[in-house]
Design a protein around this ligand. Sequence first.
Ligand code: FES
Length: 115
Amino acid sequence: MSGALQKVSLGPAVEVVPGGQSMAHHQVAGWHLVIFDLGDGSFSAMHDLCTHADARFSQGWLEEDCVACPWHGAQFDIRTGKALSLPATEDVRMFDTQVVDGHLQVMLPPAPPAT
Ligand code: FES
């Protein structure tokens, strides 16, 4: 995959992850993302596709700073994407985020993955 990153707005940051939740699925520019509210006014954006067998993390659950895959329970760091437990061994892709004028922006490659 190549090409410049595109800056994509997900809308007002206060609405990206609904109140009372810590993560939410978004589909934008062909990408499935799971957005985590880190609780300090910042967010992280993870490819919403497990590196083990293609489950959606947004259907899993959070355990402190880790998200657990709903299919086989592998855990990933929600800030770095690092695979922390088996059966996953490959880290998941993360995307840079920033809040500008109250809107959450994510930097995405122009070509989405074929999933
Ligand atoms: S699909 Fe995620 S751990 Fe198997």
